[in-house]
Design a binder for this molecule. Structure first.
Ligand SMILES: NC(=O)c1ccc[n+]([C@@H]2O[C@H](COP(=O)([O-])OP(=O)(O)OC[C@H]3O[C@@H](n4cnc5c(N)ncnc54)[C@H](O)[C@@H]3O)[C@@H](O)[C@H]2O)c1
Length: 372
């Protein structure tokens, strides 16, 4: 490792502390921390053993006072604050690792991208599936043609537990759906053209926050004719569950079938003779003990890889692999599903455009942004 990075971290709830601990373990320094909640700052100072570093409750003040001291900042505050918290650091030219999504609402997400532009060297987004070995391998298998043309994809994300009482979520699909919306776009290399969805309350679920339901089914199609489905829930009572099924014309790929804890994560390629293809492989989960967020064993290595790649890209002056541009696409997809579920499964059309104004106009025309 050539350089010790000096990080700021703004937003130090569950995942902010996970990111901070990872970069510390990777040999880097936390030189400033912040959160709008003073109690969260105090807890993080203690847990991360950074009691002596500068602490802030205002991101603009942190950016202004620390700009010259920071090599990078990690932002993991409430979703509704992401854009507003990131902007002072963009202006101070501090590279940002920003948790997903850009904001709660699509209008504000477009405004933010319009303000900062499309340059992919400013912000890496915390969509960690893009750095996950099992899913990267799955993508490679799809592209190799081993299962033929894709007929159907099904991306499953099921938490075991409700979110913490401190959490804010505009809706189950907006919060959870973004991960698998991006996964589907990334695996298929295609953007959906039609989306419809439903959100449900299943029995025996109690959450400290109201996000409209605990289970959602999102269906979509793509221009080449793939039929897709995102399954989301917070009720998978035997453990955190992430699976992807891909049904092709010559076989199927099943990534991450539920295998309990601590895994492993299987990538199974099933051939049309019902036998496993030799390209099938298994990937490790991290075996953790003590208290940890439920998603950490599955994605610990991906978060670590994401931080390494962030620094490698900075050192090389390379574009980040997942930026404001990719997360905006996933947000458009999730917004269509969220609105559909609010309107009894109405079908929403959507189309991605490179030009931001055209893209936004198309979202307004398709009812995904309320017109000015
Ligand atoms: N990429 C991922 O896998 C992943 C996982 C979890 C969360 N996230 C994202 O990260 C962001 C933060 O999520 P989180 O899980 O850290 O939420 P969280 O509820 O733990 O923290 C969010 C905010 O709640 C407040 N808070 C938390 N703990 C507190 C405490 N002890 N005392 C006072 N206030 C406290 C703080 O203001 C904190 O910034 C969200 O935008 C979420 O979408 C991403």
């Amino acid at each position: 490792m050539d350089k010790t990075y000096r990080y700021g971290v703004f937003g130090v709830g569950r995942i902010g502390k996970v990111h901070a601990a990872i970069v510390q373990e990777q040999g880097h320094q936390i030189v400033a921390i912040g959160d709008e909640a003073q109690a969260a700052v105090a807890a993080a100072q203690d847990e991360l053993a950074v009691g002596g570093v500068s602490a802030f409750t205002d991101p603009a003040q942190m950016a202004q006072e620390m700009a010259g001291e920071l090599d990078a900042v990690i932002i993991a505050s409430h979703t509704k604050n992401h854009a507003k918290d990131a902007l002072p650091f963009v202006r101070a030219k501090v590279p940002i690792y920003l948790e997903k999504p850009l904001t709660d609402g699509l209008q504000e997400a477009f405004d933010f991208v319009e303000t900062i532009g499309r340059d992919p060297h400013q912000i890496q987004i915390g969509l960690q599936r893009r750095y996950d070995s099992a899913l990267l391998y799955t993508r490679q298998l799809i592209q190799s043609g081993v299962v033929g043309a894709i007929r159907e994809i099904r991306c499953i994300l099921r938490d075991q537990y409700p979110p913490p009482a401190t959490y804010s979520s505009r809706g189950l699909i907006i919060d959870m759906g973004i991960h698998v919306a991006d996964e589907a776009i990334f695996l298929l290399d295609e953007f959906p053209n039609e989306v419809w969805a439903s959100v449900h309350h299943t029995r025996g679920y109690a959450s400290p926050i109201d996000e409209g339901g605990d289970t959602a089914f999102v269906t979509f199609t793509t221009p080449v004719g793939v039929l897709g489905r995102l399954d989301l829930s917070r009720t998978h009572s035997s453990g955190y569950n992430n699976e992807t099924y891909i049904i092709g014309t010559k076989g199927t790929i099943h990534t991450g079938r539920f295998a309990g804890y601590p895994g492993p994560i299987h990538v199974e390629v099933w051939q049309s003779d019902g036998k496993l293809h030799p390209a099938s492989q298994s990937f490790a989960m991290t075996h953790l003990t003590g208290n940890y967020p439920e998603f950490l064993p599955r994605f610990d290595l991906a978060y670590r890889r994401a931080h390494e790649q962030f620094r490698e890209d900075l050192a090389r002056g390379a574009a980040f692999a997942v930026t404001q541009n990719e997360v905006l696409d996933a947000q458009v997809f999730a917004e269509a599903a969220h609105r559909s579920a609010e309107q009894a499964g109405a079908h929403y059309r959507l189309q991605r455009h490179e030009d931001l104004q055209t893209y936004k106009a198309s979202c307004i025309a398709h009812g995904l942004i309320d017109g000015d």
